[in-house]
Design a protein. Sequence first.
Length: 131
Amino acid sequence: MYKTILCAIEATKEGREVLSKASQLSKLCNSKLIVIHVIPYTLLPKDYQKELKEDISPKIEKITDLFDIAKNNRIVKVGKPYSHICALAEKKKADLIVIGTHSKKGINSLIGSTANGVINHAKCDISLVKI
């Protein structure tokens, strides 16, 4: 069914839940599983971006180790999350993007969410995991 699944996670308990669902689906489909985490900052100095990546990488590594994700299938980027997720999905020819969603209130609901951006820009199937 799906040959390549891209799972977008945060370095949280919820991210682990999303990856668990993606991992189960990947095993059912016998597909390749790629994990991406995007640090949502774009206008920061390169040194600070590097520091943020160095800080989050061990957390993502710990989560992905739980599901035996190969090191070359773990990606951490800095920038606009939905943009990086959709671009990587195209580059890796992903058939499916798995991403978590949760209800937002206040100003965040006006700005939109990463999941909403992925839904509107991805060129492949999307599976939303309700958190």
